[in-house]
Structure formats: structure tokens, C-alpha cells
Design a protein around this ligand. Structure first.
Ligand code: PEP
Length: 256
């Protein structure tokens, strides 16, 4: 049984004051809910504040939106795994479609970052997903397989078991257009099949695959009830503390 994981990707949003306000409401709303893993992924400038506020909270973990693969050194503007670990960051989102499309991240770069995150004992959340043009051209499986094999190249089965994947169809991100539960399930089942080919059935059965793309309270239960959907990576709807808590509660409502 895979434990569901719900993560809030705040992207380039929230000042420290706003993050503090979010936490005041959100932590009350989410209470001590422990049936799913909950991760907040704030911007770099709010990580320290959120880390401090979560230091006495057991059931909400911290994630980062990116990191560099190199050890500390001459890499102006970059953030190392060591810097994130110092702030008790447990998860790191890698290969988000915005980073791939706007900042030139390739599968080879995502692969280096994934290896560095694992070496620093952080859990990578590796994002993959097709564009609308690729879906319309019938290339969903080819794109997902290429991104998966490239991003996870040379990882051992044990390393693959330790990561989280996020299927995020680019056409559903921030557009209000969600994949139907069936479209998402189909893609997740394909990703799991590909994982089995890369590692083995047992490992593939353990890896958690989140869905991301316009998840909101109203569509959460249908998506999270799908057999291969193991959680959500939430962008826009995660900026509103009550709404994000509702997504967590709706996910818990799908558990047996
Ligand atoms: C995301 O950016 O990871 C995302 C899924 O965004 P949204 O929920 O706003 O579509």
C-alpha cells in the first residue's frame, strides 16, 4: 500500500509575512492529520521562516523547488543540497515543466540533480509530462518514457524506490484544465509499467506517482481514487491555506 503524498508548490509566490499568515491558518486546519504525507514547497527566501515554523510540527515536511547538483563553490545564483539540508529540507522538486520550458532544464540536468539530491538523503520529486501538442500528436507515451529514462538514468533500483514522481501534463498546469481521472490514470499506469522495465515490478509497485495540473478541492477525490495516483503536486490551489487543507482532507476521504 503506497502512502499518499500531497505537496504544495508555491512557485515564485509569498513573502515571509504571507507565508507566516498561511501557516497560521493552514496548521490549524490540517491539525494532526497523519494519514497522508504533507509537504510544503516554498520559495528559497521563505524556506528558513517556514522551516522554523515547522520545527515543532510532526506531520508537515519541507521541500525546495530546485537545487544545483554541484558541491558548494563558484556557481553564482545557485543553491546546494547542503544548504537545503541545513534548513531541514526533506524533498526537492526537480524537472518541473516551468524549469524545463523557461530555464532550459534537460533530462540530463534533472538526472544530475536527482543523483545529488539522493546522495544528500533528500527525496527528489521528479516531474514529467507532455505538452498539448505532444498529446494531440499521440506522443504521450514516447515523451513520458524518454523523460523517465533520461531523468532516472543510471539510478540503482534502491535509488528509484526512494524517489517520488509527479506526472504533470503541461497543458493542465495553471490552466484550470485538469486531466480527467481516466487520462491521468492511463498515464500513471504507463509510468509504472516503464518503471518496472527500468527496475523491476516490486520497485515499480512501491514508487509513489503524484498527479499535478489544476488540482483543487472539487476534483481531488476523483483523481486520488485512481489506483495508480498516489498523491498530488498542487500549484495555484496550494496558495490558499483552507483550500489546500481541503485537498488533504479530500485525499484522506478516499482512503479505505
Ligand atoms: C504545478 O505547478 O506543479 C501545478 C500543478 O500547478 P497548478 O496546480 O496551478 O496547475
Amino acid at each position: 500500500m503506497r502512502r499518499k503524498i500531497i505537496a504544495a508548490n508555491w512557485k515564485m509566490n509569498m513573502t515571509n509575512d504571507e507565508a507566516e499568515g498561511f501557516l497560521e491558518t493552514f496548521l490549524l486546519e490540517v491539525g494532526d492529520e497523519k494519514r497522508v504525507d504533507v509537504v510544503l514547497v516554498p520559495s528559497f527566501t521563505t524556506l528558513a521562516k517556514v522551516s522554523e515554523k515547522l520545527s515543532s510540527v510532526q506531520n508537515v515536511k519541507l521541500g525546495a523547488q530546485n537545487m544545483h547538483w554541484e558541491k558548494p563553490g563558484a556557481f553564482t545564483g545557485e543553491i546546494s543540497a547542503e544548504m537545503l539540508r541545513e534548513l531541514f529540507v526533506r524533498y526537492v522538486v526537480l524537472g518541473h515543466s516551468e524549469r524545463r520550458a523557461l530555464f532550459g532544464e534537460t533530462d540530463a540536468i534533472v538526472n544530475k540533480k536527482t543523483k545529488a539530491a539522493l546522495a544528500a538523503t533528500m527525496t527528489p520529486i521528479v516531474c514529467i509530462g507532455e505538452t498539448l501538442a505532444e498529446r494531440d500528436a499521440g506522443q504521450v507515451e514516447t515523451v513520458l518514457e524518454t523523460q523517465l529514462r533520461g531523468s532516472l538514468a543510471d539510478l540503482t533500483p534502491a535509488q528509484i524506490e526512494d524517489l517520488v514522481l509527479a506526472y504533470e501534463p503541461v497543458w493542465a498546469i495553471g490552466t484550470g484544465r485538469t486531466a480527467t481521472p481516466q487520462q491521468a490514470q492511463e498515464a500513471h499506469a504507463f509510468i509504472r509499467k516503464t518503471l518496472a522495465a527500468i527496475s523491476d515490478d516490486a520497485i515499480a509497485g512501491k514508487v509513489r506517482i503524484q498527479y499535478g495540473g489544476s488540482v483543487k478541492p472539487a476534483n481531488t477525490a476523483d483523481l486520488m481514487s485512481q489506483p495508480d495516483i498516489d498523491g498530488a503536486l498542487v500549484g495555484g490551489a496550494s496558495l490558499e491555506p483552507r483550500g489546500f487543507a481541503e485537498i488533504i482532507q479530500a485525499t484522506c476521504g478516499t482512503l479505505g
